[in-house]
Unconditional design. Structure first.
Length: 165
Protein backbone atom coordinates (compact mmCIF):
# COMPACT_ATOMS: atom_id res chain seq x y z
CA UNK A 1 0.00 0.00 0.00
CA UNK A 2 2.84 2.40 0.77
CA UNK A 3 4.37 1.78 -2.67
CA UNK A 4 0.96 2.48 -4.20
CA UNK A 5 0.70 5.81 -2.38
CA UNK A 6 4.21 6.83 -3.34
CA UNK A 7 3.79 5.96 -7.01
CA UNK A 8 0.25 7.02 -7.71
CA UNK A 9 -0.59 9.86 -5.37
CA UNK A 10 2.66 11.58 -6.25
CA UNK A 11 3.06 10.30 -9.79
CA UNK A 12 3.52 13.76 -11.26
CA UNK A 13 7.11 13.38 -10.07
CA UNK A 14 7.83 10.05 -11.74
CA UNK A 15 8.08 9.18 -15.40
CA UNK A 16 5.53 7.30 -17.43
CA UNK A 17 8.10 4.58 -18.10
CA UNK A 18 8.42 3.82 -14.38
CA UNK A 19 4.65 3.80 -14.02
CA UNK A 20 4.37 1.34 -16.92
CA UNK A 21 7.03 -0.94 -15.41
CA UNK A 22 5.29 -1.08 -12.03
CA UNK A 23 1.90 -1.79 -13.57
CA UNK A 24 3.47 -4.51 -15.74
CA UNK A 25 4.93 -6.15 -12.62
CA UNK A 26 1.43 -6.19 -11.13
CA UNK A 27 0.00 -7.71 -14.33
CA UNK A 28 -2.07 -4.64 -15.18
CA UNK A 29 -2.46 -3.58 -18.82
CA UNK A 30 -1.20 -0.08 -19.55
CA UNK A 31 -0.21 1.20 -23.00
CA UNK A 32 1.12 4.69 -23.70
CA UNK A 33 1.81 6.01 -27.19
CA UNK A 34 4.72 8.28 -27.97
CA UNK A 35 4.90 11.87 -26.76
CA UNK A 36 2.19 11.51 -24.10
CA UNK A 37 2.54 14.44 -21.70
CA UNK A 38 0.91 15.38 -18.43
CA UNK A 39 1.16 18.19 -15.94
CA UNK A 40 1.06 18.46 -12.17
CA UNK A 41 -1.35 16.22 -10.26
CA UNK A 42 -2.05 13.69 -13.03
CA UNK A 43 -3.55 10.55 -11.48
CA UNK A 44 -3.89 7.10 -13.03
CA UNK A 45 -5.68 4.39 -11.05
CA UNK A 46 -6.15 0.98 -12.66
CA UNK A 47 -7.91 -1.93 -10.96
CA UNK A 48 -6.54 -5.48 -11.04
CA UNK A 49 -8.44 -6.36 -14.21
CA UNK A 50 -8.42 -2.86 -15.66
CA UNK A 51 -6.83 -1.70 -18.88
CA UNK A 52 -5.78 1.74 -20.12
CA UNK A 53 -4.62 2.54 -23.67
CA UNK A 54 -3.47 6.05 -24.52
CA UNK A 55 -2.57 7.02 -28.10
CA UNK A 56 0.28 9.15 -29.41
CA UNK A 57 0.58 12.86 -28.56
CA UNK A 58 -2.13 12.89 -25.88
CA UNK A 59 -1.90 15.78 -23.40
CA UNK A 60 -3.28 15.91 -19.84
CA UNK A 61 -3.40 19.32 -18.15
CA UNK A 62 -3.13 19.83 -14.37
CA UNK A 63 -5.06 17.49 -12.02
CA UNK A 64 -6.58 15.14 -14.59
CA UNK A 65 -7.41 11.63 -13.43
CA UNK A 66 -8.20 8.33 -15.13
CA UNK A 67 -9.88 5.66 -12.98
CA UNK A 68 -10.27 2.27 -14.67
CA UNK A 69 -11.74 -0.92 -13.27
CA UNK A 70 -12.51 -2.19 -16.78
CA UNK A 71 -11.16 -0.18 -19.74
CA UNK A 72 -10.33 3.36 -20.86
CA UNK A 73 -9.06 4.00 -24.40
CA UNK A 74 -7.95 7.43 -25.62
CA UNK A 75 -7.15 8.12 -29.28
CA UNK A 76 -4.11 9.96 -30.58
CA UNK A 77 -3.86 13.74 -30.47
CA UNK A 78 -6.53 14.19 -27.79
CA UNK A 79 -6.04 16.97 -25.24
CA UNK A 80 -7.54 17.31 -21.76
CA UNK A 81 -8.14 20.61 -19.95
CA UNK A 82 -7.48 21.01 -16.24
CA UNK A 83 -9.24 18.78 -13.71
CA UNK A 84 -10.87 16.35 -16.17
CA UNK A 85 -12.06 13.14 -14.46
CA UNK A 86 -12.71 9.85 -16.29
CA UNK A 87 -14.48 6.99 -14.43
CA UNK A 88 -15.35 3.68 -16.11
CA UNK A 89 -17.26 2.51 -13.02
CA UNK A 90 -19.88 3.55 -10.52
CA UNK A 91 -20.93 2.38 -7.06
CA UNK A 92 -23.78 -0.08 -6.66
CA UNK A 93 -26.32 1.41 -4.26
CA UNK A 94 -29.70 -0.36 -4.48
CA UNK A 95 -29.34 -2.69 -1.47
CA UNK A 96 -30.54 -0.50 1.39
CA UNK A 97 -29.48 -3.08 3.97
CA UNK A 98 -25.78 -2.58 3.15
CA UNK A 99 -23.45 0.38 3.07
CA UNK A 100 -22.87 1.72 -0.44
CA UNK A 101 -19.12 1.27 -0.12
CA UNK A 102 -19.69 -2.47 0.51
CA UNK A 103 -21.93 -3.10 -2.52
CA UNK A 104 -19.25 -3.14 -5.20
CA UNK A 105 -19.22 -1.45 -8.58
CA UNK A 106 -20.71 -1.61 -12.04
CA UNK A 107 -18.39 -0.83 -14.93
CA UNK A 108 -18.38 -0.34 -18.69
CA UNK A 109 -15.57 0.64 -21.09
CA UNK A 110 -14.90 4.23 -22.12
CA UNK A 111 -13.63 5.08 -25.61
CA UNK A 112 -12.45 8.59 -26.42
CA UNK A 113 -11.64 9.17 -30.10
CA UNK A 114 -8.76 10.82 -31.87
CA UNK A 115 -8.11 14.58 -31.98
CA UNK A 116 -10.63 15.48 -29.27
CA UNK A 117 -10.49 18.42 -26.88
CA UNK A 118 -12.01 17.71 -23.48
CA UNK A 119 -12.58 21.02 -21.65
CA UNK A 120 -11.66 21.79 -18.05
CA UNK A 121 -13.67 20.27 -15.19
CA UNK A 122 -15.40 17.75 -17.45
CA UNK A 123 -16.44 14.38 -16.01
CA UNK A 124 -16.72 11.36 -18.32
CA UNK A 125 -18.73 8.44 -16.94
CA UNK A 126 -18.84 4.70 -17.61
CA UNK A 127 -19.93 3.22 -20.89
CA UNK A 128 -19.39 6.37 -22.96
CA UNK A 129 -17.97 6.46 -26.49
CA UNK A 130 -16.80 9.84 -27.73
CA UNK A 131 -16.13 9.95 -31.48
CA UNK A 132 -13.22 11.56 -33.32
CA UNK A 133 -12.76 15.34 -33.57
CA UNK A 134 -15.11 16.14 -30.69
CA UNK A 135 -14.89 19.31 -28.60
CA UNK A 136 -16.37 19.07 -25.11
CA UNK A 137 -16.87 22.43 -23.42
CA UNK A 138 -15.85 23.09 -19.83
CA UNK A 139 -17.89 21.72 -16.91
CA UNK A 140 -19.78 19.05 -18.87
CA UNK A 141 -20.81 15.67 -17.47
CA UNK A 142 -20.66 13.17 -20.32
CA UNK A 143 -22.97 10.24 -19.55
CA UNK A 144 -24.00 9.17 -23.07
CA UNK A 145 -22.29 8.64 -26.42
CA UNK A 146 -21.12 11.59 -28.51
CA UNK A 147 -20.79 11.10 -32.29
CA UNK A 148 -17.71 12.22 -34.24
CA UNK A 149 -17.32 15.84 -35.36
CA UNK A 150 -19.57 17.33 -32.65
CA UNK A 151 -19.32 20.08 -30.06
CA UNK A 152 -20.79 19.47 -26.60
CA UNK A 153 -21.62 22.43 -24.36
CA UNK A 154 -23.10 22.74 -20.90
CA UNK A 155 -25.88 25.22 -21.53
CA UNK A 156 -26.89 26.88 -18.31
CA UNK A 157 -28.89 30.03 -18.04
CA UNK A 158 -26.66 32.86 -16.93
CA UNK A 159 -28.68 35.39 -14.98
CA UNK A 160 -27.38 38.95 -14.96
CA UNK A 161 -29.35 41.56 -13.05
CA UNK A 162 -28.73 45.18 -12.26
CA UNK A 163 -28.17 45.89 -8.63
CA UNK A 164 -30.75 48.21 -7.16
CA UNK A 165 -29.83 50.13 -4.06
Amino acid sequence: MLLYKILFHFNAFIGLRLMKMVYKLWGIKLEFGTKVTYRKGFSLIIGNKGEVKIGDKVFFNNYCSLNALESITIGKGTIFGENVKVYDHNHCYKDRTRLIKEQGYTSAPIHIGEHCWIGSNTIILKGVTIGNNVVVGANCVIYKDVPSDCIVINKQNLVIKNQTL
